[in-house]
Design a protein around this ligand. Structure first.
Ligand SMILES: *[C@@H]1O[C@H](CO)[C@@H](O)[C@H](O)[C@H]1NC(C)=O
Ligand SMILES: *[C@@H]1O[C@H](CO)[C@@H](O)[C@H](O)[C@H]1NC(C)=O
Length: 596
């Protein structure tokens, strides 16, 4: 309120209510008056029970239990989707790239289609066969040639095998020599069908611009480009290939759509909070956030309120000043961060949940529902069912259980691996996700746990390490973390890979300098990281026995190539434990010495 009067005093010197001032205030209110978004369904009933079973649900956007197979009748494959974009946009811009310090240059839809045709014909000339058994590897950073090569393959019905450098040289040589990819989940699915298109057509317009920097080898980024952007004739600008220049690329490109992973949103959140140091400005920021959050709860999302002008406009300008919406997926996002950013950025932020095996997405926030703490309702292309996990005391009759997915977007299986396929897909075609979900009363889904990886500490408390790791991921210096414990020990310990991008600066603020490797061995640095993790853990409600009591800082990332991550980038827990056996033993030994 203080700020409000300050604003008027500054801008309307004569506060006396002359008729003119009243009229201009009314006009200002009319122009900036908040309008709630009209939701596409009743937000209190976002999903519907299938066959009278409350734990088996489908989207409320469907007329009946028949799932949506494709959104446009003539658009059933990735190839069709690009062709649709070509019809819509023609000579309009499609793929953008830039050199350092220069504006973006654009390749049109027509040019992309021509180049793909030429490249595809060239591949046939080199002896490639025009059928889906023909695998073509693509090894590149995100750039126009990636998409042109992909389209070249689709044009002649060949399948794309994305190679990425975290696979490691050895694994890549192996794949290339085999001619059959040994990691079948990387095989491109030639036929995309998806409800994501439905969401896309709700929002994406030809004028939309998205920034591409998330790995194209992952389904999330591919779905965004093909299904959302190209299908609607919209454009995609590529980052320069250096993540530290991403913000500069964003300011230049001025995207309307920004796909993100929670880690990046956490960074933005920390940066905003870190940039207001004076107590007064901090109080104003929090007051403004609360005002905007009050609007959010009545469905209003906007960037033209007084608060946006006074408090948030610099923040919005840093992201290009054109954002209409953000999509976060791939890991859970904290409700605090999500609703803070919805208020400050003043754009629509959707959250999606899914995995590679169901073509990236299976649930999605319903437009108009800006509450946090859930992942939305099933997309129109899939059904979701919860299944009992007696060991963990989750029962479907209580609305809790393992999330299982069935529908057009679920994969057909791992290539030439019946055993793994049978583990993931049951005989009725349900994909077992390994995640534990809970149905909320309004038909949205909340992710509450992970199925495996649960153990007891010696005093009998149950520990779900992945949940704890997700909390610690919020710490600025932490890039990767592995939480360990077992039933013979009474406390947890952790292995942490510090984030090389920020670690040196973070440590320097605490008066310690050294190389990345040296810092990892410095006892005071370890202490500082542990303190930060404990504070974040406490804030997130971890109980004392859920906090790690010691840790080892490790200077090399867990990766697919060193065997510590799965191809879908989950920790290989058994292998991590084996590799760090010595450090783990030492950490427990030291504790025992100190507290005999
Ligand atoms: C505000 O939102 C509108 C539409 O959602 C968008 O066109 C505009 O660029 C946004 N402005 C800023 C500063 O983000
Ligand atoms: C849906 O239910 C959850 C849990 O009760 C709540 O947090 C959320 O605000 C609800 N959404 C809407 C739009 O009311």
């Amino acid at each position: 309120r203080i700020v409000l009067s300050h604003y008027y005093v500054k801008n309307v010197p004569s506060v006396t209510m002359s008729i003119g001032a009243l009229a201009s205030l009314t006009a200002y209110w009319l122009v900036t008056r908040p309008r709630p978004m009209h939701p596409p369904c009743d937000l209190n009933a976002q999903s519907i029970a299938v066959q009278g079973e409350p734990n088996w649900r489908r989207s409320a956007l469907l007329k009946d239990d028949a799932l949506l197979e494709f959104y446009y009748d003539d658009t059933r494959t990735a190839y069709d989707m690009f062709q649709r974009g070509l019809r819509v946009a023609g000579n309009g811009p499609c793929l953008g790239f830039r050199k350092p310090g220069e504006p973006y240059q654009w390749i049109s839809y027509t040019e992309v289609a021509e180049q793909a045709q030429v490249l595809g014909s060239g591949l046939l000339g080199k002896g490639c066969q025009p059928n889906p058994e023909q695998f073509i590897g693509i090894f590149a950073q995100n750039r126009p040639e990636w998409i042109i090569s992909e389209l070249a393959c689709y044009t002649f019905s060949m399948a794309v095998v994305p190679l990425y450098d975290t696979l490691g040289e050895e694994a890549m040589v192996h794949i290339l020599n085999l001619g059959k990819p040994p990691k079948p989940q990387d095989l491109a699915v030639v036929c995309f069908t998806s409800g994501t298109t439905g969401i896309g057509s709700f929002f994406i317009r030809q004028e939309d611009v998205s920034i591409s920097y998330l790995p194209l080898a992952h389904m999330f980024e591919r779905m965004i480009q093909v299904v959302s952007m190209f299908c609607h004739g919209a454009r995609v600008g590529f980052y320069q290939g250096d993540i530290s220049l991403l913000m500069d690329d964003i300011k230049t490109l001025k995207p309307t759509f920004f796909p993100v992973v929670p880690r990046l949103l956490n960074r933005i959140y920390d940066k905003i909070l870190g940039s207001v140091t004076s107590p007064l400005r901090r109080a104003v920021l929090h007051y403004a956030v609360r005002r905007k959050q009050a609007e959010l709860s009545s469905g209003v999302v906007r960037n033209n309120s007084l608060w946006d002008r006074l408090v948030f406009n610099r923040i919005q300008a840093n992201l290009g000043g054109n954002l209409r919406f953000i999509l976060t997926a791939s890991a859970p996002i904290s409700p605090t961060v999500l609703s803070f950013l919805r208020a400050t950025l003043g754009c629509l932020i959707f959250e999606g949940y899914g995995q590679t095996e169901c073509t990236a997405g299976c649930t999605f926030s319903m437009p108009g529902d800006w509450s946090a703490g859930h992942v939305g309702a099933p997309l129109p292309c899939a059904m979701v069912k919860l299944v009992d996990i007696p060991d963990m005391n989750y029962y479907a009759k209580n609305g809790e259980g393992e999330i299982c997915i069935r529908g057009h977007s679920v994969f057909r299986g791992y290539l030439k691996d019946e055993e793994k396929t049978a583990e993931a897909l049951d005989s009725d075609g349900w994909l077992h996700s390994g995640d534990v979900g809970q149905w909320l009363l309004n038909g949205t889904l909340r992710i509450i746990d992970r199925k495996k990886h649960i153990f007891k500490l010696s005093q009998g408390e149950y520990i779900a390490p992945e949940r704890i790791e997700n909390v610690y991921m919020r710490c600025v210096p932490v890039l990767q973390v592995f939480v360990h414990g077992d039933s013979l020990k009474s406390h947890l310990i952790g292995i942490v890979v510090p984030d090389p991008e920020v670690f040196n600066d973070w440590v320097k603020e605490r008066g310690i300098i050294g190389s990345y490797k040296e810092l990892c061995q410095h006892p005071d640095v370890k202490k500082a990281v542990l303190e930060d993790m404990t504070a974040i853990g406490k804030e997130a409600g971890l109980k004392s026995f859920e906090q790690v009591k010691d840790l080892h800082l490790h200077p090399e990332m867990f990766s697919v190539s060193n065997g510590l991550l799965t191809p879908t980038l989950k920790s290989r827990r058994v292998d991590i434990r084996r590799v760090f056996q010595e450090q783990i033993t030492n950490m427990y030994r030291i504790k025992l010495k100190r507290y005999p």
